[in-house]
Design a protein around this ligand. Structure first.
Ligand code: S3P
Length: 166
């Protein structure tokens, strides 16, 4: 059994890389945010706005735990904050899980996120300078969890194929 779990900040490319990696390995691809949307019938933004972040984090934890208990192989991309809440980083240490941190520079993240921030409740409405400051601080807080992954792959200046190969 092979459970590959992709970790990384918003905009690091977890979903695009995950889809290609799953194709190459002939595994199913799953995205934790998509599982949450499917199971609740609400968008991530709606959940944040109507129920609040704590509710979202509980949901995220429950759905991740259930998915990791399944006796099947897959590539799963997490939300940017998933490993940092509810002890989720410990679930990623299990023997049958290969957790991979897709590490991106602040510059790359800002360049990608500035054009699609409306999709992400945590950074919606931030201007470029505010976003740089927000991401830098957020990464500082989250690095401990990201760096506890079993493997770290830098994504700057690489194609999706090169990243999958690594
Ligand atoms: C979040 C990242 C988002 C989504 C939610 C919270 C975060 O996922 O789970 O908006 O805390 O970093 P992506 O990393 O797929 O954008």
């Amino acid at each position: 059994m092979c459970k590959i779990v992709l970790v990384g900040y918003m905009g690091a490319g977890k979903s695009s890389i995950g889809k290609t990696l799953a194709q190459k390995l002939k595994l199913d691809f799953l995205d934790l945010d998509d599982l949450i949307v499917e199971q609740t019938g609400k968008t991530i933004r709606e959940i944040f706005e109507k129920e609040g972040e704590i509710y979202f984090r509980k949901l995220e934890h429950t759905i991740l735990k259930a998915q990791l208990l399944k006796k099947e192989s897959f590539v799963l991309s997490l939300g940017g904050g998933t490993p940092c809440y509810a002890g989720n980083h410990l679930l990623l240490q299990e023997d049958n899980v290969l957790s991979i941190y897709l590490k991106a520079s602040i510059q790359l993240l800002v360049d990608r996120l500035i054009v699609e921030s409306h999709k992400r409740p945590l950074i919606a409405n931030l201007k470029k300078e505010e976003m740089i400051e927000f991401i830098a601080k957020h990464l500082f807080d989250r690095n401990y969890y990201y760096n506890s992954c079993k493997k770290i792959v830098s994504v700057d200046n690489k194609t999706i194929d090169e990243i999958c190969e690594e």
